[in-house]
Write a new protein. Sequence first.
Length: 95
Amino acid sequence: MLAIVGILAASAVPSFARYLSIQRTTTVVNELVHAMALARGEAIRRGRRVYLAPLDGRWHDGWAVFVDRNDNRVYDDAPPADELIARHGAVASSI
Protein backbone atom coordinates (compact mmCIF):
# COMPACT_ATOMS: atom_id res chain seq x y z
CA MET A 1 0.00 0.00 0.00
CA LEU A 2 2.76 2.43 0.95
CA ALA A 3 4.61 1.60 -2.28
CA ILE A 4 1.54 2.48 -4.33
CA VAL A 5 1.18 5.82 -2.58
CA GLY A 6 4.88 6.50 -3.18
CA ILE A 7 4.61 5.71 -6.89
CA LEU A 8 1.54 7.90 -7.30
CA ALA A 9 3.19 10.78 -5.44
CA ALA A 10 6.36 10.50 -7.54
CA SER A 11 4.35 10.63 -10.76
CA ALA A 12 2.38 13.67 -9.59
CA VAL A 13 5.45 15.83 -8.81
CA PRO A 14 6.46 16.48 -12.46
CA SER A 15 2.86 17.36 -13.35
CA PHE A 16 2.64 19.76 -10.43
CA ALA A 17 5.96 21.41 -11.36
CA ARG A 18 4.70 21.94 -14.91
CA TYR A 19 1.45 23.37 -13.57
CA LEU A 20 3.37 25.83 -11.37
CA SER A 21 5.53 26.90 -14.31
CA ILE A 22 2.46 27.57 -16.45
CA GLN A 23 0.81 29.51 -13.61
CA ARG A 24 3.91 31.69 -13.10
CA THR A 25 4.06 32.49 -16.80
CA THR A 26 0.35 33.28 -16.89
CA THR A 27 0.74 35.61 -13.91
CA VAL A 28 3.56 37.58 -15.55
CA VAL A 29 1.63 37.87 -18.82
CA ASN A 30 -1.43 39.12 -16.93
CA GLU A 31 0.69 41.68 -15.07
CA LEU A 32 2.10 42.97 -18.37
CA VAL A 33 -1.39 43.20 -19.91
CA HIS A 34 -2.52 45.10 -16.79
CA ALA A 35 0.41 47.52 -17.23
CA MET A 36 -0.65 48.13 -20.86
CA ALA A 37 -4.22 48.88 -19.79
CA LEU A 38 -2.96 51.15 -17.00
CA ALA A 39 -0.76 53.11 -19.41
CA ARG A 40 -3.64 53.53 -21.84
CA GLY A 41 -6.08 54.58 -19.13
CA GLU A 42 -3.64 57.07 -17.62
CA ALA A 43 -2.89 58.55 -21.05
CA ILE A 44 -6.60 59.09 -21.63
CA ARG A 45 -7.12 60.52 -18.15
CA ARG A 46 -4.12 62.86 -18.33
CA GLY A 47 -4.47 63.80 -21.99
CA ARG A 48 -0.78 63.13 -22.64
CA ARG A 49 1.57 60.30 -23.51
CA VAL A 50 2.19 57.65 -20.88
CA TYR A 51 4.84 55.06 -21.62
CA LEU A 52 5.27 51.41 -20.80
CA ALA A 53 8.94 50.54 -21.22
CA PRO A 54 11.37 47.86 -20.09
CA LEU A 55 13.78 48.71 -17.31
CA ASP A 56 17.42 48.75 -18.40
CA GLY A 57 16.30 47.89 -21.93
CA ARG A 58 15.27 44.32 -21.05
CA TRP A 59 11.74 43.15 -20.24
CA HIS A 60 13.16 40.45 -17.94
CA ASP A 61 14.55 43.24 -15.75
CA GLY A 62 11.02 44.55 -15.23
CA TRP A 63 9.04 47.44 -16.65
CA ALA A 64 7.69 50.85 -15.74
CA VAL A 65 4.60 52.86 -16.60
CA PHE A 66 5.54 56.53 -16.52
CA VAL A 67 5.12 60.05 -17.89
CA ASP A 68 8.33 60.81 -19.79
CA ARG A 69 9.31 64.37 -18.89
CA ASN A 70 12.40 64.54 -21.13
CA ASP A 71 10.92 62.61 -24.10
CA ASN A 72 13.66 59.97 -24.31
CA ARG A 73 11.19 57.06 -23.91
CA VAL A 74 13.26 55.59 -21.06
CA TYR A 75 12.32 55.74 -17.40
CA ASP A 76 14.73 58.07 -15.57
CA ASP A 77 14.65 58.25 -11.77
CA ALA A 78 17.47 60.79 -11.53
CA PRO A 79 16.37 64.43 -11.16
CA PRO A 80 14.45 65.73 -12.95
CA ALA A 81 12.78 62.37 -12.63
CA ASP A 82 10.00 61.06 -14.82
CA GLU A 83 6.65 60.64 -13.12
CA LEU A 84 6.41 56.97 -12.15
CA ILE A 85 2.90 55.54 -12.21
CA ALA A 86 3.72 51.84 -11.73
CA ARG A 87 6.77 49.62 -11.72
CA HIS A 88 7.19 45.86 -12.01
CA GLY A 89 10.31 44.14 -10.73
CA ALA A 90 12.46 41.60 -12.49
CA VAL A 91 10.87 38.47 -13.87
CA ALA A 92 12.19 35.11 -12.68
CA SER A 93 14.78 33.65 -15.03
CA SER A 94 12.74 30.45 -15.28
CA ILE A 95 9.97 32.31 -17.13
